[in-house]
Write a protein that binds this ligand. Sequence first.
Ligand SMILES: Cc1cc2nc3c(=O)[nH]c(=O)nc-3n(C[C@H](O)[C@H](O)[C@H](O)COP(=O)(O)O)c2cc1C
Length: 370
Amino acid sequence: MSLLFSPAAIGKLALANRIVIAPMCEYSAEEGCATDWHMIHLGHLALSGAGLLFTEATAVEPEGRISPGDLGLWSDETEAALGRVVRAVRRYSPVRLGIQLAHAGRKASSNAPWNGGQLVPPSEGGWQGWAPSAVPHGEGEPAPRALDAAGLERVRRAFVDSARRALRLGFDAIELHAAHGYLLHQFLSPLANRRDDAYGGSLENRMRLPLEVFEALRAAVPDTVALGVRVSATDWVEGGWDLPQTLAFARELHARGCDFMDVSSGGVSPRQKIPVGPNYQVPFAEAIKRETGMPTIAVGLITEAQQAEDILQKGQADMVALARGMLYDPRWPWHAAAQLGGQVAAPRQYWRSQPRELKNLFGETRFGQR
Ligand SMILES: Cc1cc2nc3c(=O)[nH]c(=O)nc-3n(C[C@H](O)[C@H](O)[C@H](O)COP(=O)(O)O)c2cc1C
């Protein structure tokens, strides 16, 4: 019996299987609004058979976008544009939908990767980022503005406002982006956070803003919607954020009603040295799961069905997320189900594609009842 294709729960949210499509920036929004690209992109991934599909990092305020093409959820216009995509997905797919809420902090105002990805200073049409401290991400980059008390309040409120909009749109899960060197990770990491007030210095102080934001979200989000956090478990830099601090953060989140952790790494410093390879981040998910008992999502170079199954069978994580592998093979869950003897929900328009020798591939779940 395949664990990958057995049902899972995060909080009160039931999932048909343990395959998660990781958040992936598309740099294709206009003024924060989802476009036809998002309809095509999220639409096709919604037909993949995965249990949970995350939107890309979705900015809670315009200045919190990584690039001008980032998706946002800060206004009625951005809400309406994303709502159009959500409704289309709902109409044709039983996939559970998650949204990743994000603020880029000092990594805001960058070019799309296909245009080089570098920071665009205000003098060239960009904008100045916000951060815990006026310390740039990369040497020679313009310094961000340090958030003052009013700025911290604005950020907390922006996350809650976006979460309320996400609830109105009917998302099943909300993931707070505290990874990859963006604003909340910048507060956690001593490499980016040089504050000498209550939000910097000790571990307790560096965790303060991310925990305040989480608490505010938990108060606003009913327990029927899964609320979790994506972390970078280590900065991969000596003297930076690391696994023991991540475990302390996870314990605090668990105590505040966090439903799941999505465990990634890196992104806060150009000095990082990442030993990239299959499963390279899995031990971090395993450690968080062991320490807190919270459902964890493992991610990072998980590309094979048996590899994903083994991670679950060994109890290293509760779910696996794929990003690049899912773009390369958008029917990855179908093919994994064929290999492991699982079943997937498939749209009835595609039922005739079921290979004769796999007549149970589109099984009980094929009708896609929610
Ligand atoms: C095109 C692309 C866009 C991404 N955008 C995001 C994002 O918006 N938020 C995020 O947390 N991670 C993002 N990531 C990282 C992925 O979610 C994932 O953690 C990473 O790619 C490792 O998984 P993989 O080896 O299966 O690709 C992105 C990755 C890719 C390839």
